[in-house]
Design a protein around this ligand. Sequence first.
Ligand SMILES: Nc1ncnc2c1ncn2[C@@H]1O[C@H](COP(=O)(O)OP(=O)(O)OP(=O)(O)O)[C@@H](O)[C@H]1O
Ligand SMILES: [Mg+2]
Length: 350
Amino acid sequence: MAATSEAAPHTGDSVAAAEALEALAAVVSRETDDREELASSLPQGDHDTPLARAVAADARKRIALTGRVFPKPPTTRVLTVANQKGGVGKTTTTVNVAAGLAQAGLTVLVIDIDPQGNASTALGIDHHAEVPSIYDVLVEGTPLADVVQECPDIAGLWCAPATIDLAGAEIELVSLVARETRLQKAIAAYLEQGSAAGRPAPDYVLIDCPPSLGLLTVNAFVAAQEVLIPIQCEYYALEGLSQLLKNIELIRNHLNPTLHVSTILLTMYDGRTRLSAQVADEVRTHFPEQVLRNTVPRSVRISEAPSHGQTVMTYDPNSSGALSYLGAAAELADRGAATTADHQTASAQN
Ligand SMILES: Nc1ncnc2c1ncn2[C@@H]1O[C@H](COP(=O)(O)OP(=O)(O)OP(=O)(O)O)[C@@H](O)[C@H]1O
Ligand SMILES: [Mg+2]
């Protein structure tokens, strides 16, 4: 079992191993071509303390991922990050995966459709009541391009913020025409107008949902092709998941036939508890294709970052949490590229 380096006890051996691995990782330049060779040259040894194992895993990730440019998807991938259970890591996952993708050279738009506005806060985006926001897009029909702001810390990362006005939108949307498809239309117009204006299309659009299955979340499901579900490695994690899957099925049957759960990310994984491992095993058994190999550890650094208006990717890029999110972003990007290559091979063979 792996443990977070923050939680593990320090011993003489493990500290020495940690220091050796840190030193080796530090010499890796961003241009390194021989990542695999270098990662496998790390001492395998008996990392029999949790700290040594965790540090070795982080060092390998850093070598494999730092400075990598992720492959672009052929067309914009729109993912809705959803789970009606509260506090499972939707927002944390949205902003950190988005930051990881953008740091690796892709253009990413985060759409905050949670009235709490947590994603906007974490990205350092101004979202006080008067700021043009996703409320104006959904309720007033304002073009998405008019509300999008660039994230101050990360090039290529953009955000359509949520303000407190959005709290009333669930009710206001009920009486509007085409109430379920308003976000979908706004994104389609944004992409179309962007290409006419010479603005590069985002490679990824990530939509951060509120913890409910109301009209805001329905709009997000209708606008996306893919759902990314963060699952917290806790006892009640799987409760409510079947309800979420039923709702996704309903949307697929009636409003958006392309919608599917492409990705599941296990969050707040605590390697010291058997419960985390059990929840992870159970989720992997049910969803072998969808669950990412990278799990996100419970990490103080991750929870501190938003109070500095930052993602953990800039707040502490070498922490276990940041490396896990970077790993998850890489898997997401690689899977997107692999799926495309499969399609191309299949169509070339037909
Ligand atoms: N891996 C982690 N380690 C430690 N704390 C975490 C981790 N992931 C998220 N948190 C913290 O847990 C809390 C809930 O996370 P987050 O806001 O991302 O969940 P959410 O699903 O978006 O919540 P909501 O349903 O309210 O929108 C936050 O305080 C966040 O900082
Ligand atoms: Mg949230």
